[in-house]
Design a protein around this ligand. Structure first.
Ligand SMILES: C[S@@+](CC[C@H](N)C(=O)[O-])C[C@H]1O[C@@H](n2cnc3c(N)ncnc32)[C@H](O)[C@@H]1O
Length: 270
């Protein structure tokens, strides 16, 4: 759902990343998930051809990604999948040198993010581009006053999620802190011409039906990860918001929206 809602602005990002690529580029999508960005790369390159290599540690996501990217690629692009762990520093020996290494929202899952960015940098051929999507701005979806419970629920859900994330990172075995920004991390990995750009994701209310489905999933997930960090009243409010039989059901509202941003950090291998 998120990929479908992101597709239009992310296509512009895909085009920007592909500018100036050689004919028939090799693209590695590391931590590809369900393959949404590579579908866009494949569609953009369908007429000229490309080699797209999908890498992920989760087999069922990789299988899903292979299917959708192959369908988008047509006859001109070769699509390969590699089941691998990005934390494996030997990864560059297992993959073809890439014109573009794309890694979206995967580095923050790894114990040593700086080492992981170093590995991503070594996946690029000399002159190749490394682009990671990390950070940005959280999605906001809900009106501040929902007419049920205390106003400001989404802010409290996001604050609780922030604490959960910090605990999740601290709990990763061998977790190493990254006490500086992503641009510095790319520079420390030896990349040149480090720069970043933002991608605005905005679906004004009332948006498509998919938006309401997405918001329901998101609020349910945020409530789960919030756990004890959220008080009982807020948990009760969420229970009503996601219950189709409740008058407060979010799925019946016409004032939900989606507003957020992704940041893409890029650097070039010398
Ligand atoms: C939050 S999802 C992002 C998916 C996609 N890139 C996107 O931006 O929508 C994180 C992905 O990274 C993968 N992943 C997490 N840890 C990994 C690791 N150590 N090696 C390879 N993939 C990993 C997960 O299986 C998942 O597909």
């Amino acid at each position: 759902m998120a990929e479908a809602l992101d597709a239009e602005p992310m296509r512009a990002a895909a085009r920007r990343l592909l500018e100036g690529m050689p004919e028939g580029p090799t693209i590695l999508d590391v931590g590809c998930g369900a393959g949404g960005m590579s579908v866009l790369f494949a569609e953009e390159l369908a007429s000229v051809g490309a080699k797209i290599v999908l890498v992920d540690a989760t087999e069922h996501l990789l299988a899903e990604a292979r299917q959708v990217v192959r369908a988008a690629a047509g006859d001109r692009a070769a699509v390969e999948t590699i089941h691998a762990d990005v934390a494996d520093e030997g990864l560059p020996a297992k993959l073809p040198p890439a014109d573009l290494v794309w890694a979206s929202r995967v580095v923050h899952h790894l114990p040593d993010q700086q080492t992981a960015i170093g590995t991503l940098a070594r996946l690029a051929r000399p002159g190749g581009l490394v682009a990671i999507a990390e950070g940005g701005l959280d999605f906001n979806c809900l009106p501040w006053d929902l007419g049920i419970g205390r106003p400001g629920l989404e802010e409290r859900l996001l604050a609780a999620r922030g604490e959960w994330f910090a605990e999740m990172r601290a709990g990763i075995p061998g977790s190493v802190s990254l006490p500086y920004g992503w641009n510095i991390a790319l520079q420390r990995a030896g990349l040149d011409d480090v720069d970043s750009f933002g991608v605005l994701i905005h679906h004004p209310a009332p948006g498509p039906e998919l938006l309401r489905e997405f918001v329901l999933e998101r609020v349910t997930w945020l409530n789960e990860v919030a756990g004890d960090r959220l008080d009982a009243e807020d948990h009760e409010t969420v229970a009503a918001l996601v219950d189709p039989a409740d008058p407060a059901f979010l799925g019946a509202r016409r004032d939900l929206f989606l507003l957020g941003a992704k940041t893409v950090h890029c650097g070039r291998r010398s």
